[in-house]
Write a protein that binds this ligand. Structure first.
Ligand SMILES: *Cc1c(COP(=O)(O)O)cnc(C)c1O
Length: 356
């Protein structure tokens, strides 16, 4: 098959394998996995590959992505705090949403009543990362208001850490959530069966057997896709880290110096560039750039290649030490990190190919 470059090659078998490894590990300690699909814009071949593992729910931050999964037979979870303006779509396209604002939950209640549905709410609690969630001292009053609403069911509590503040989940901060669950259940004589204990940064606690038994759900994206836990950035045992490969085509190869000639101003992105003098090097330009990738997250598969830099549409690499003789028209492979994968999957200029 003739390919269009740049592209991302997606190995669906590796993704199913990773999803199965992670869900088996979590199910063993009675944790269900909600597979987070936002990084790959909920492209259905990948979502279907994940669901093959037996995972029962998908989660996304955007309605347009949840719509892509609407015909898939699985639970749908909205993981960004909903906008009031999308209340009807939230109720239509998700079974459950993570929430922290009463005004929005009231709007969801109205929408759910109109649509003749019951919408599930997980109340998000901020346990220190300072992104979404009610403050601990406000949880009881908020829960009491939620419980008054029609067509809304409060099914549990949730939290998110690491994404913004870099806080690492542990039994102490997750303990706050667990204590709160007990307090709320007692105060209101209810049962809160679901405790959503975070994202891929919580997986290390499952691996190390330190996850409190009250946690019943994790929302996992990166670990399934890239085979890494994200508290410490360690590979997850028996998972693939290379299910996604970015490929770009060489459009120029020339021997050039490493220091530009002329007076140096700011680059295309407003930064003053710095150069290390490595003498004359063999440089290749790949037809891919910052409009498609996150430069810092791109790692050549061939470890003899290094990255010099990139502008909007040109990626410059050093191929001097490369054992393979590269020519114009050849294709170079790169591993990607989370940010780079997100950019590449979102860029309309990057083709996506799915292999089994
Ligand atoms: C993105 C996101 C996740 C998934 O994060 P990963 O690091 O990819 O596992 C989970 N929960 C929320 C609220 C998110 O926004």
């Amino acid at each position: 098959m003739k390919k269009i470059y740049p592209c991302v090659d997606v190995d669906l078998g590796k993704i199913t394998h990773n999803a199965k490894t992670i869900t088996d590990m979590c199910n063993k300690v009675n944790i269900e996995v909600a597979a987070v699909t936002k990084v790959f814009c909920a492209q259905s071949p990948i979502t279907e590959a994940i669901l093959k593992s037996g995972i029962k729910g998908v989660a996304d931050s955007r309605i347009s992505n949840l719509k892509k999964s609407k015909d898939l037979n699985c639970e749908k979870l909205m993981i960004r705090i909903p906008m009031i303006s999308e209340a009807y779509e939230i109720v239509r396209y998700s079974d459950t949403s993570l929430n922290s604002e009463l005004a929005t939950i009231r709007a969801l209640s109205v929408a759910a009543k109109d649509l003749n549905k019951i919408h599930n709410i997980i109340l998000m609690v901020d346990i220190g990362d300072l992104r979404e969630g009610v403050l601990i001292q406000d949880a009881t009053s908020t829960a009491s208001e939620i419980l008054k609403l029609d067509n809304i069911k409060l099914i549990g509590l949730g939290t998110n850490v690491t994404c913004y503040g870099g806080v690492i989940p542990d039994s102490e901060n997750l303990g706050i959530l667990i204590k709160l669950k007990g307090d709320l259940e007692k105060s209101f004589n209810i049962s809160l069966p679901l405790i959503s204990g975070g994202n891929s940064s919580s997986l290390h606690m499952v691996i190390n057997n330190t996850m409190p038994k009250e946690i019943t759900q994790l929302r996992i994206g990166e670990s399934i896709l890239l085979g890494r836990e994200t508290a410490y950035g360690k590979p997850v045992a028996n998972c693939y880290e290379d299910a996604f490969i970015l490929k770009g085509e060489v459009v120029e190869i020339k021997n050039k110096p490493t220091i530009p000639t002329g007076k140096i101003g700011v680059d295309a992105f407003g930064n003053i560039p710095h150069f290390e003098d490595l003498g004359i090097r063999k440089r290749a330009i790949i037809a891919v750039g910052r409009q498609d990738i996150r430069l810092e997250g791109l790692v050549p598969v061939d470890s003899d290649i290094t990255v010099f830099g990139a502008s909007s549409d040109h990626l410059i690499i050093d191929i001097t030490d490369c054992k393979k003789e590269l020519s114009v028209g050849d294709v170079v492979d790169f591993n990607v990190d989370y940010g780079c994968l997100m950019a590449a999957m979102t860029s309309p200029y990057v083709e996506k190919y799915y292999n089994n």
